[in-house]
Design a protein around this ligand. Sequence first.
Ligand code: ADP
Ligand code: RBF
Ligand code: MG
Length: 239
Amino acid sequence: MPPPSSKPREPIVGPEDPEPPFPLKLKGKVIKGFGRGSKELGIPTANIPISGLSVGGNSSLDSGIYFGWAGLDFASPPTPPPAHSAAARRPSADLMASPPSDDPALQLDTSAIFAALAREDEEQAAAGRGRVFPMVMSLGYNPFYKNTVRSVEVHILHDFARDFYGARLSLVILGYIRPEYDYVSKESLIEDIRTDIQVAARSLARPGYVRYRQDRALVEFDDVEDEEVGEEEKGEVVS
Ligand code: ADP
Ligand code: RBF
Ligand code: MG
Protein backbone atom coordinates (compact mmCIF):
# COMPACT_ATOMS: atom_id res chain seq x y z
CA MET A 1 0.00 0.00 0.00
CA PRO A 2 1.42 3.46 -0.87
CA PRO A 3 1.26 6.20 1.81
CA PRO A 4 -1.64 8.68 1.52
CA SER A 5 -0.36 11.47 -0.72
CA SER A 6 1.71 13.88 1.42
CA LYS A 7 -1.13 14.40 3.92
CA PRO A 8 0.15 16.04 7.13
CA ARG A 9 0.44 13.47 9.92
CA GLU A 10 -1.55 13.67 13.18
CA PRO A 11 0.82 14.69 16.05
CA ILE A 12 -0.90 12.39 18.59
CA VAL A 13 -2.89 9.17 18.03
CA GLY A 14 -5.46 7.18 20.02
CA PRO A 15 -7.89 8.06 22.82
CA GLU A 16 -6.88 9.61 26.19
CA ASP A 17 -6.71 6.12 27.71
CA PRO A 18 -5.77 2.91 25.88
CA GLU A 19 -8.81 0.93 24.76
CA PRO A 20 -9.19 -2.78 23.83
CA PRO A 21 -7.43 -4.68 22.31
CA PHE A 22 -4.73 -2.69 24.15
CA PRO A 23 -2.75 -3.26 26.30
CA LEU A 24 -1.15 -6.15 24.36
CA LYS A 25 1.92 -7.91 25.74
CA LEU A 26 4.84 -9.46 23.97
CA LYS A 27 8.25 -10.79 25.08
CA GLY A 28 11.37 -12.18 23.50
CA LYS A 29 15.14 -12.13 23.25
CA VAL A 30 16.78 -9.61 20.94
CA ILE A 31 17.98 -11.43 17.81
CA LYS A 32 19.85 -10.46 14.65
CA GLY A 33 17.59 -8.84 12.05
CA PHE A 34 18.12 -7.96 8.42
CA GLY A 35 21.11 -5.71 9.20
CA ARG A 36 19.45 -2.66 7.63
CA GLY A 37 18.05 -0.58 10.51
CA SER A 38 21.20 1.23 11.60
CA LYS A 39 23.23 0.86 8.44
CA GLU A 40 20.69 1.87 5.82
CA LEU A 41 18.11 3.90 7.71
CA GLY A 42 20.04 5.31 10.71
CA ILE A 43 17.27 3.93 12.95
CA PRO A 44 18.26 0.77 14.87
CA THR A 45 15.47 -1.71 15.58
CA ALA A 46 15.77 -4.50 18.14
CA ASN A 47 14.22 -7.57 16.50
CA ILE A 48 12.54 -10.29 18.56
CA PRO A 49 11.32 -13.67 17.28
CA ILE A 50 7.87 -13.51 15.70
CA SER A 51 6.98 -16.58 17.79
CA GLY A 52 6.70 -14.17 20.75
CA LEU A 53 3.46 -12.94 19.21
CA SER A 54 1.57 -16.13 19.92
CA VAL A 55 2.51 -16.09 23.63
CA GLY A 56 -0.27 -13.69 24.50
CA GLY A 57 -2.60 -15.09 21.84
CA ASN A 58 -1.71 -12.18 19.56
CA SER A 59 -0.65 -14.07 16.45
CA SER A 60 -3.48 -12.55 14.41
CA LEU A 61 -2.47 -8.98 15.29
CA ASP A 62 -2.66 -6.75 12.20
CA SER A 63 0.61 -5.68 10.63
CA GLY A 64 1.43 -2.02 11.15
CA ILE A 65 3.19 0.49 13.38
CA TYR A 66 2.42 0.47 17.12
CA PHE A 67 3.69 2.28 20.23
CA GLY A 68 4.06 1.52 23.91
CA TRP A 69 6.62 0.72 26.61
CA ALA A 70 9.60 -1.60 26.43
CA GLY A 71 11.23 -3.24 29.45
CA LEU A 72 14.82 -4.26 28.79
CA ASP A 73 16.71 -6.72 30.94
CA PHE A 74 20.46 -6.46 30.54
CA ALA A 75 21.06 -9.51 32.75
CA SER A 76 22.26 -11.35 29.64
CA PRO A 77 25.73 -10.09 28.66
CA PRO A 78 25.68 -7.23 26.15
CA THR A 79 27.47 -7.87 22.88
CA PRO A 80 30.24 -5.60 21.60
CA PRO A 81 29.12 -3.18 18.90
CA PRO A 82 29.66 -4.29 15.28
CA ALA A 83 31.45 -2.03 12.81
CA HIS A 84 28.23 -0.19 11.94
CA SER A 85 27.34 0.23 15.63
CA ALA A 86 23.72 1.22 16.17
CA ALA A 87 24.84 2.96 19.32
CA ALA A 88 26.72 5.49 17.25
CA ARG A 89 23.41 6.83 15.95
CA ARG A 90 21.17 8.99 18.08
CA PRO A 91 17.93 9.48 16.14
CA SER A 92 15.51 9.67 19.07
CA ALA A 93 17.20 12.35 21.15
CA ASP A 94 17.00 14.94 18.37
CA LEU A 95 13.43 14.02 17.54
CA MET A 96 12.14 14.32 21.10
CA ALA A 97 13.51 17.83 21.71
CA SER A 98 10.55 20.14 21.09
CA PRO A 99 10.83 22.15 17.86
CA PRO A 100 9.63 25.77 17.74
CA SER A 101 5.94 25.58 16.82
CA ASP A 102 2.59 27.33 17.35
CA ASP A 103 0.82 24.02 17.88
CA PRO A 104 0.74 23.23 21.65
CA ALA A 105 0.85 19.49 20.89
CA LEU A 106 4.16 20.00 19.11
CA GLN A 107 5.72 22.11 21.91
CA LEU A 108 5.74 19.16 24.29
CA ASP A 109 9.30 18.35 25.44
CA THR A 110 8.76 14.61 25.69
CA SER A 111 12.46 13.94 26.38
CA ALA A 112 12.20 15.94 29.64
CA ILE A 113 9.09 13.98 30.67
CA PHE A 114 10.75 10.64 29.99
CA ALA A 115 14.01 11.71 31.71
CA ALA A 116 12.03 12.50 34.88
CA LEU A 117 10.29 9.12 34.71
CA ALA A 118 13.62 7.36 34.16
CA ARG A 119 15.06 8.93 37.32
CA GLU A 120 12.23 7.27 39.24
CA ASP A 121 13.49 3.95 37.90
CA GLU A 122 17.06 4.40 39.09
CA GLU A 123 16.61 2.48 42.32
CA GLN A 124 15.06 -0.41 40.47
CA ALA A 125 17.83 -0.42 37.83
CA ALA A 126 20.48 -0.35 40.58
CA ALA A 127 18.80 -3.42 42.09
CA GLY A 128 19.56 -5.23 38.83
CA ARG A 129 16.08 -5.24 37.38
CA GLY A 130 15.15 -4.10 33.91
CA ARG A 131 14.55 -0.53 32.85
CA VAL A 132 11.51 0.81 31.01
CA PHE A 133 11.68 2.97 27.87
CA PRO A 134 9.23 4.41 25.34
CA MET A 135 9.16 2.41 22.11
CA VAL A 136 7.72 2.31 18.60
CA MET A 137 7.20 -1.07 16.96
CA SER A 138 6.95 -2.25 13.38
CA LEU A 139 5.10 -5.52 12.81
CA GLY A 140 4.94 -6.87 9.29
CA TYR A 141 6.63 -7.54 5.99
CA ASN A 142 8.42 -4.20 5.39
CA PRO A 143 6.73 -3.73 1.97
CA PHE A 144 9.49 -1.31 0.90
CA TYR A 145 11.92 -4.26 1.19
CA LYS A 146 9.41 -6.98 0.22
CA ASN A 147 10.28 -9.33 3.09
CA THR A 148 8.80 -12.80 2.81
CA VAL A 149 8.51 -13.33 6.57
CA ARG A 150 6.72 -11.18 9.12
CA SER A 151 8.98 -9.52 11.68
CA VAL A 152 8.66 -7.69 14.99
CA GLU A 153 11.09 -4.78 15.30
CA VAL A 154 11.29 -2.25 18.11
CA HIS A 155 12.99 1.13 18.05
CA ILE A 156 13.57 2.22 21.65
CA LEU A 157 13.45 5.96 22.25
CA HIS A 158 16.74 6.07 24.12
CA ASP A 159 20.40 6.45 23.20
CA PHE A 160 22.29 3.33 24.18
CA ALA A 161 26.06 3.23 24.60
CA ARG A 162 26.20 -0.23 23.06
CA ASP A 163 24.17 -2.90 21.33
CA PHE A 164 22.17 -5.39 23.39
CA TYR A 165 21.71 -8.52 21.28
CA GLY A 166 20.62 -11.38 23.54
CA ALA A 167 18.95 -9.10 26.11
CA ARG A 168 15.37 -9.90 27.04
CA LEU A 169 12.75 -7.43 25.87
CA SER A 170 9.22 -7.14 27.22
CA LEU A 171 6.63 -5.00 25.45
CA VAL A 172 3.37 -3.45 26.57
CA ILE A 173 1.73 -2.22 23.37
CA LEU A 174 -0.77 0.59 23.93
CA GLY A 175 -1.81 1.91 20.54
CA TYR A 176 -1.72 1.72 16.76
CA ILE A 177 -0.19 4.48 14.62
CA ARG A 178 -0.63 3.43 10.97
CA PRO A 179 -0.41 0.56 8.47
CA GLU A 180 2.89 -0.36 6.80
CA TYR A 181 3.45 1.34 3.45
CA ASP A 182 5.59 0.94 0.39
CA TYR A 183 7.54 4.09 -0.53
CA VAL A 184 8.96 5.73 -3.63
CA SER A 185 12.29 6.28 -1.89
CA LYS A 186 14.29 5.30 1.16
CA GLU A 187 14.24 8.96 2.23
CA SER A 188 10.44 9.05 2.42
CA LEU A 189 10.43 5.83 4.49
CA ILE A 190 12.96 7.39 6.89
CA GLU A 191 10.91 10.58 7.13
CA ASP A 192 7.78 8.64 8.09
CA ILE A 193 9.65 6.55 10.67
CA ARG A 194 11.04 9.73 12.24
CA THR A 195 7.49 11.11 12.43
CA ASP A 196 6.32 7.81 14.01
CA ILE A 197 8.97 8.27 16.74
CA GLN A 198 7.61 11.73 17.53
CA VAL A 199 3.98 10.58 17.41
CA ALA A 200 4.82 7.69 19.77
CA ALA A 201 6.62 9.99 22.22
CA ARG A 202 3.75 12.49 22.35
CA SER A 203 1.05 9.84 22.51
CA LEU A 204 2.81 8.02 25.37
CA ALA A 205 3.46 11.16 27.44
CA ARG A 206 -0.28 11.35 28.33
CA PRO A 207 -1.19 10.27 31.90
CA GLY A 208 -3.44 7.42 30.70
CA TYR A 209 -0.42 5.91 28.94
CA VAL A 210 2.33 6.79 31.47
CA ARG A 211 0.35 4.73 34.00
CA TYR A 212 1.26 1.52 32.15
CA ARG A 213 4.98 1.96 32.90
CA GLN A 214 4.16 0.35 36.25
CA ASP A 215 3.06 -2.91 34.60
CA ARG A 216 5.00 -5.74 36.26
CA ALA A 217 5.27 -7.55 32.93
CA LEU A 218 7.82 -4.90 31.85
CA VAL A 219 10.37 -5.88 34.51
CA GLU A 220 9.65 -9.58 34.98
CA PHE A 221 11.46 -11.76 32.48
CA ASP A 222 11.44 -15.22 33.99
CA ASP A 223 8.93 -16.43 31.43
CA VAL A 224 11.05 -15.43 28.41
CA GLU A 225 12.09 -18.60 26.63
CA ASP A 226 15.78 -19.27 26.45
CA GLU A 227 15.62 -20.41 22.84
CA GLU A 228 18.60 -19.61 20.67
CA VAL A 229 17.35 -18.01 17.50
CA GLY A 230 20.04 -17.01 15.05
CA GLU A 231 18.49 -14.92 12.35
CA GLU A 232 15.20 -13.34 11.50
CA GLU A 233 14.67 -15.82 8.69
CA LYS A 234 14.40 -18.60 11.23
CA GLY A 235 11.36 -16.96 12.85
CA GLU A 236 8.02 -18.68 12.64
CA VAL A 237 5.88 -17.31 9.83
CA VAL A 238 2.52 -16.08 11.06
CA SER A 239 0.12 -15.08 8.35
P1 ADP B 1 19.47 -5.88 13.13
O1 ADP B 1 19.17 -5.92 11.67
O2 ADP B 1 20.38 -6.97 13.60
O3 ADP B 1 18.21 -5.79 13.95
P2 ADP B 1 19.82 -3.02 13.43
O4 ADP B 1 20.70 -2.24 12.52
O5 ADP B 1 18.34 -2.88 13.31
O6 ADP B 1 20.29 -4.52 13.36
O7 ADP B 1 20.27 -2.63 14.91
C1 ADP B 1 19.57 -3.19 15.99
C2 ADP B 1 20.42 -3.38 17.22
O8 ADP B 1 20.93 -2.12 17.66
C3 ADP B 1 19.56 -3.89 18.36
O9 ADP B 1 19.49 -5.30 18.37
C4 ADP B 1 20.27 -3.35 19.58
O10 ADP B 1 21.23 -4.27 20.04
C5 ADP B 1 20.96 -2.07 19.07
N1 ADP B 1 20.34 -0.79 19.45
C6 ADP B 1 21.07 0.30 19.86
N2 ADP B 1 20.25 1.32 20.13
C7 ADP B 1 18.97 0.91 19.89
C8 ADP B 1 17.68 1.54 20.00
N3 ADP B 1 17.56 2.81 20.42
N4 ADP B 1 16.58 0.81 19.67
C9 ADP B 1 16.71 -0.46 19.25
N5 ADP B 1 17.89 -1.11 19.13
C10 ADP B 1 19.03 -0.45 19.44
N1 RBF C 1 9.12 -0.67 6.55
C1 RBF C 1 8.32 -0.53 5.45
O1 RBF C 1 8.57 -1.16 4.44
N2 RBF C 1 7.21 0.27 5.47
C2 RBF C 1 6.87 1.00 6.57
O2 RBF C 1 5.85 1.71 6.53
C3 RBF C 1 7.70 0.91 7.74
N3 RBF C 1 7.43 1.62 8.84
C4 RBF C 1 8.25 1.53 9.94
C5 RBF C 1 7.99 2.30 11.06
C6 RBF C 1 8.81 2.22 12.19
C7 RBF C 1 8.52 3.06 13.38
C8 RBF C 1 9.92 1.34 12.18
C9 RBF C 1 10.82 1.24 13.38
C10 RBF C 1 10.19 0.57 11.06
C11 RBF C 1 9.36 0.65 9.94
N4 RBF C 1 9.61 -0.10 8.80
C12 RBF C 1 8.82 0.03 7.69
C13 RBF C 1 10.62 -1.17 8.84
C14 RBF C 1 11.97 -0.81 8.29
O3 RBF C 1 11.96 -1.01 6.89
C15 RBF C 1 12.94 -1.75 8.99
O4 RBF C 1 13.05 -1.37 10.35
C16 RBF C 1 14.31 -1.78 8.39
O5 RBF C 1 14.24 -2.21 7.06
C17 RBF C 1 15.25 -2.70 9.16
O6 RBF C 1 14.79 -4.02 9.20
MG1 MG D 1 16.63 -4.44 13.42
